[in-house]
Design a binder for this molecule. Structure first.
Ligand code: DC
Length: 219
């Protein structure tokens, strides 16, 4: 069984998708972490993001390992570094790079061979696994997503300004939606789950119901 979960930044995909995989006993693939690794590698190794062929060569060369909650880049644990604003700000050019996208999708398809898995990103149901039997588009309104992000940061002791968070989020949404290949859009046969007003355990229950009913119809 392959369960794809796509949706905008801040919809809580990663956290709930990870928990969903655990509940189901499936493997979990965080594809955003792969684009983050390529971006970090280029920034650290002085590869100009504006030179698509050099970036794509690097993407093909580097070794990305996603083990439970940790991410390794050429053997180094980069789980925290890939989430820094420096990487998030620079990622657009990497995610827009068609050769990088092709390499990432190819390694996603290799990784999933023989596994039951939950895979999460922007293009999982549309490009990477168009034949997946269970596709979910997980979303929430921009204000709700920004509100959750502010709470998350405040809980981590980091000052956060709602308007600024909302502005940056709108920028990311625009970049993700306008990307011609691999852009953010629900697959034609995806189920959209709108999570405004739901807490994480309610979202998880909803996703479990959806997957279990799909497993019954696709044994
Ligand atoms: O899910 P995330 O925020 O970690 O993803 C980081 C960026 O990577 C996101 O802005 C768009 C890109 N991305 C993508 O283009 N395709 C994917 N399947 C996953 C992420």
């Amino acid at each position: 069984m392959i369960v794809t979960i796509d949706g905008p930044a801040g919809a809580g995909k990663s956290s709930v998708a990870r928990k969903l995989a655990k509940e189901l006993g499936y493997h979990f693939l965080d594809t955003g972490a792969m684009y983050r690794c390529v971006t970090l590698a280029c920034l650290e190794r002085g590869i100009p993001l504006g030179e698509p062929d050099k970036v794509a060569d690097e993407a093909q060369r580097l070794k990305i390992e996603l083990l439970d909650d940790e991410v390794f880049l050429d053997g180094k644990n980069v789980s925290e570094e890939i989430r820094t604003p420096r990487v998030t700000k620079a990622i657009k050019q990497v995610a827009d790079n068609l050769k990088v996208r092709a390499a990432m999708v190819q390694s996603q398809r290799q990784w999933i061979q023989g596994k039951d898995a939950v895979t999460e990103g922007r293009d999982q149901g549309t490009i990477a696994f168009p034949d997946a039997p269970c596709k979910i588009f997980l979303t929430a309104s921009p204000a709700e997503r920004a509100r959750r992000r502010v709470l998350q940061l405040l809980n981590a002791g980091i000052d956060a300004d709602f308007d600024e968070i909302l502005r940056l989020q709108e920028e990311r949404d625009k970049n993700d939606m306008e990307r011609e290949t691999g852009g953010l859009r629900p697959a034609p046969n995806a189920l959209t789950v709108q999570t405004d007003g739901m807490d994480e355990s309610q979202v998880l229950q909803k996703l479990l119901e959806i997957v279990r009913s799909r497993v019954q119809t696709n044994p």
